[in-house]
Design a protein around this ligand. Sequence first.
Ligand code: EPZ
Length: 421
Amino acid sequence: MSKLIVQNNGPLYGEVIISGAKNAVLPLMAATLLSSKTCLIDDVPDLKDVSVMKDMLMSFGAEINSDNKEELEVKVENISTTNGDYELVKKMRASFLVMGPLLSRCGRAYMPLPGGCAIGKRPIDLHLKGFKALGAEVTEGDFFVEAKAGPGGLIGASIYLDFPSVGATENIMMAAVLAKGTTYIENAAEEPEIVDLANFLNKMGARIKGAGTDTIKIEGVTELRGVTHTVIPDRIETGTFMLAAAITRGEVLIKNIVPDHVKPIVAKLKECGVTVELLDDGMYVDARDRVLTATNIKTLPYPGFPTDIQSPFMAFLTTVKGSSEVMETVFENRFMHVNELNRMGANIKTEDRIAFVPGDSELEGTQVVATDLRAGAALVLAGLFAKETTEISQIYHIERGYEKFVEKFRKLGATIIKVEE
Ligand code: EPZ
């Protein structure tokens, strides 16, 4: 197993280029199952999760050419099975996003249950509610779920999501594109990744309106063609590097961003006294030579403050003047990083879904564990501020979702190396 060794080497300075979004490219890859023609996806990040999704698509008979890592060519002329591979679903819960496309194109999908993870039990009830509403017969076992369309295929319907689930919105959208008639998804997730998927599907010939709002209308079509598409930049990686500049009191230019996608992070960092300016070719973040102050955070579905930035932002808040409150409303157990930050001297208290974060912490490097992707990033940020050396283990979490993570930080002057444990 590998680990990261991080030391405080002072403020970060320089430029960083943001990669394509992990949480956009995974549903786009799943959507290639909907067409028998060639799909070309550009600006694909080189991530462990992307390789798992490639394996998933190949297990259904996809031909994949990714000689050029950034560009992925997928052709699923025929689908060889509608059974999802347990080993692959176990590795990455997002592979559950193939269920909607399989059901849509083949009329059947049999998937092992994706199971929970460190941040919550991650149920799929809303995904299944949508499939049932579209006329599928859904059978739930202890370890699997099967959905079968009726003899006439899926039928358009109106579906209300009790929670604006990103994955359920994506899965249901992909199930509805080939259904007979019109589907409405109400209280839909509005994340930029939903819009990117809708744009991708519309380029394939789908007829989707309203993506990015709380009501999405999908008029079913009979078949979908091939597509060429570039993945949107990763707004969570963008926020992570904004916070790297802030926590080290440095000055960083972040390129390949979509400013609209990071508005809540910009707003909260400005409240703390960080300078954030939008330039023609990116975003300039300056936290040099100033006293930064506390603010309160409440995570919400988009366009609210993103839950994926909660832990990196909390690491930053331990270093500013004054106390902050961080409320996590999206996942039921997303404070696993608090124990690790407290091992570094953060002295954070939690009560149900609220973390009380004292400021002015003299963080001290020590051995800590990455409990999930974003918690791992938070611990790296804390290590860039702390005295002494921070050793972070279980960094496979980080490698799942951040492309060239160590190289990008080193290019900004961070002292960070990856070693084998
Ligand atoms: C996506 O997960 C992202 N993953 C997550 O990013 C992100 O944190 C999350 O959306 C919220 O923005 C990908 O896109 C691959 P949800 P997803 O369904 O779709 C409840 C990262 O670090 N819920 O919006 O699984 C659920 O329990 C990852 O990149 C139901 O109750 O998130 C949770 O409390 C972590 N029933 C809430 O909705 C359901 O059927 C949000 O989950 C589905 C979800």
